[in-house]
Design a protein around this ligand. Sequence first.
Ligand code: GDP
Length: 350
Amino acid sequence: GGSSAVQTDLLRARMRLCLQEHLWEFYREKVNIPVEEQATARRAALDICAELRVFLHAKLPDMPLREMYLSGSLYDDLQVVTADHAQLMVPMILEKNLWSPVPGEDTIMNVPGFWLVRRENLEYFPRGSSYWDRCMVGGYLSPKSVLEVFDKLVAGSINWPAIGSVLDYVIRPVVPSETLTLEVQYETDRRLYVDFLPLLVMEDGGSLIAKPHRLAAERHENLWRQSFRVAETARLRALDQEDGGCRCTCLKLAKAVCKLNAALQRLNASQLTNAILLLSETEGDWTQEVLADRFLQLLRSLVGHLEAGRLPCSLNPKVNLFCELLEPEVDELGYTLYCALSDPQGLLRT
Ligand code: GDP
């Protein structure tokens, strides 16, 4: 009857309140990184970036690059748990008349969100006309080959022990690493991983990064990955600013949960950000008081996207952000999140 319905409502309300309290406690104790720790990590990254700039200018003055810069969650106040990684962006300059980007959906691979970069006008401007021709494979600019060039330099010819001792860090290239990564030990118990990330800026402002497609390596070897990170992060932040919402908090909670639970480590910041952006299209209330509801809704929507095998990128719905997951991974993620729906606090006990 009516009274038992009221009791169920009350019980549900109390459970929500309880989850809400646990989420905030988890946020304060685990997710949030002390300001001082963030500052020290940023300093270490900046020191390395400065060294690399000097080295590259001196050693390869004719390599067509724009100034390198640091980026990633550490700089957007979206890093969680420990301040332990950053990306060093290396923008490459390509001659507009010699190289043209081809969207993945227009190629036989048919993968939206990935691009080929084709060498043009070889008959008038033969091989060698562009500095980056050395990284051309089968008529296309190969991100793998670009990474190899930097790998030889950064891992092979820089005296990191010497630089490290000057800066008072222990620096070593991580081997093997799919992207080029430096490990910087900047305090006895603190490590920072800096990914070296070459990128191309297209004429429409979009950017392509040299981060290989995870699957079918051979076939996809020449593909550049389109990055939506700047735009999607800005969008999330702007929405929160408009209504004082808790989307970024919700994102950080989800990121921490995925970082701390082995079964969820395959979910990345971009997938979580887009799931929240998609949820924001139908859900208008993101006030701090409904954090627990939105967090649960996020988990539920992820289960739905996993079941469908598809998470559309909110900035380009043709892009499936789950396209690099293997079937058993999709199953494990879906199962773990589905179980978490009935015991969300279990996710916080790590
Ligand atoms: P977090 O690593 O989970 O804290 O999330 P971030 O938001 O810092 O994302 C970093 C990841 O996004 C790395 O794996 C990068 O390779 C990838 N990524 C894609 N595009 C970009 C970009 O434009 N900048 C940075 N910093 N990372 C990008």
